[in-house]
Design a protein around this ligand. Structure first.
Ligand SMILES: *Cc1c(COP(=O)(O)O)cnc(C)c1O
Length: 472
């Protein structure tokens, strides 16, 4: 494809993209295809001869779009959002045009230095102390793996990377029963073992009970186990419960344990002064992750990872083959040593574009608005006697269920499951569920980039109507 042809197709494509943004609300939120449907429409063999780009665009509309779940539709209330925004999409276009590999400073100094500066911006925006140094990772899962590996290395006196884990003893990691599954994955990969991930019971508000944490650590030490890392969550995936960082941090500091904080979703709310209380006890935190690719309008992937002990992180991950030796080593940040992959995308450009295009005040206004919508929804739900709220509404997630009289718990669970499927099949909105104390719980997240109170009011009207027309 020549630059001239590229120019022509790119102009058409930008029109396609802007049209999509304008119309995204009119697509069914959740794709309703059956397994194998898209696969069957793609030829079994690649073309031998060049095809015009226009035929790809036609297939994009006819084959691919019906199989897309529209995360940018404001009626997307499922999981946590993966928010894009026009400024982040523009930056993504520049990133792909440059196609730069940003593994070390020399392979694109601007990428390394902009990343360093963006992490300083974000650190200030969310109120982390200035001793923290940051790096962009692909996901919170990778960042948490990095934190646990660093904690493990530090605990072993940096022996395991060299000698293997044969003599490491039984290393223990702690998190709450509500912690994200990425922690389960990390302890498996880190050679610690799922058996040694201790799930601490939660209190009534689904936050970790610090006294139970202390008991678990004391019990483990008595058995000769090695307490290594605690993962506290600010904003759990199920209900956005906030673990008490200060109480947990005091325990970690008493027993010499690495404290990692997973704030994947709720970290974005820290840009609001009125949510800074969630970081109370920040002086105890060793590492912290949050995802601008969830709720800071920066399309996937862009996860911000911070640590106060970058030296230990780098010692855990660094490699130095001959072909990566440079004259600038030690004077600059070579981010390949800050995590798992060698190759790295120029993701800082997305943050730069988003933060400059909106400005901090507008970002605050948007996040604050989303939080206010959740509060309004909670109020609407509590006005209906046949619905109930099942967890405190702290940020932007409302957990609830339909609970009409005359049914037992099992029937109510299956009624709500049916309700969830029927709502999602309508294409008008998309909700996902969690299970809280055995209760099938509907979750509604009011944090999509384009969501307004009107979208949520319409969704709520549909939820009520659908629920009341259901037969158990
Ligand atoms: C979404 C989420 C994760 C995983 O994020 P990825 O970036 O997809 O790995 C981890 N922890 C919490 C609390 C989350 O909400």
């Amino acid at each position: 494809m020549s630059p001239d042809e590229f120019r022509k197709h790119a102009h058409q494509l930008v029109d396609w993209m802007a049209g999509y943004m304008e119309n995204v609300e009119n697509y069914p939120v959740k794709a309703s295809v059956v397994p194998g449907e898209i696969f069957g429409k793609i030829p079994d063999d690649p073309p031998l001869q060049p095809e015009p780009f226009s035929s790809l665009m036609r297939d994009m509309d006819e084959i691919i779009m019906p199989g897309i779940t529209h995360w940018q539709n404001p009626n997307f209330f499922a999981y946590f959002p993966a928010n894009a925004s026009p400024p982040s999409v523009l930056a993504e276009m520049m990133i792909s045009a440059l196609g730069a590999q940003c593994m070390i400073w020399e392979t694109s100094p601007a990428a390394a230095e902009l990343e360093e500066k963006m992490m300083i911006w974000l650190r200030g925006m969310i109120g982390l102390p200035s001793v923290f140094e940051g790096v962009i990772q692909d996901s919170a899962s990778t960042a948490t793996l990095g934190a646990i590996l660093t904690a493990r290395e530090k605990k072993s006196g940096f022996l395991i990377n060299n000698e293997g884990a044969a003599n490491m003893g039984i290393v223990r990691v702690y998190c709450s029963e509500q912690t994200h599954s990425s922690v389960d994955k990390a302890v498996k990969i880190a050679g610690i073992g799922k058996k040694n991930l201790v799930k601490i019971p939660v209190r009534n508000d689904f936050s970790m009970d610090p006294e139970k944490l202390r008991e678990a650590i004391i019990g483990d030490k008595a058995k000769g186990y090695i307490p290594c890392c605690v993962v506290a969550t600010i904003g759990t995936t199920g209900t956005t419960a906030i673990d008490p960082v200060r109480s947990i941090g005091e325990i970690c500091s008493e027993y010499g344990i690495w404290l990692h904080v997973d704030a994947a979703m709720a970290g974005s709310a820290l840009i609001l002064p009125e949510f800074q209380w969630m970081l109370e006890g920040r002086e105890y935190i060793d590492s912290f992750v949050f995802n601008p690719h969830k709720w800071l309008f920066t399309n996937f992937d862009c996860s911000a990872f911070f640590t106060r002990d970058a030296a230990s992180l780098i010692r855990t991950f660094e490699i130095l083959p001959e072909y990566l030796k440079t004259r600038t080593r030690g004077k600059v940040n070579d981010y390949r040593d800050w995590g798992v992959p060698l190759g790295r995308r120029f993701r800082a450009l997305k943050l730069w574009s988003v933060i400059r295009s909106y400005g901090l005040e507008e970002l605050r206004r948007m996040v604050r608005y989303h939080i206010s919508i959740a509060a309004s929804l909670a109020e609407m739900i509590s006005e209906e006697s046949d619905f109930e709220i099942l967890a405190p509404v702290t940020i932007c997630v409302v957990c609830f269920r339909y609970n009409p009289r005359g049914y037992d718990e099992k029937q109510i669970n299956s009624l709500n499951e049916k309700l969830n499927h029927q709502l999602n099949d309508s294409g008008k909105l998309y909700l996902t569920h969690t299970v809280l104390n055995g209760i099938y719980t509907l979750r509604m997240v009011t944090a999509q980039t384009n969501v307004t109170l009107e979208h949520v009011e319409r969704a709520w009207a549909r939820i009520k109507d659908t629920a009341r027309s259901l037969q158990a």
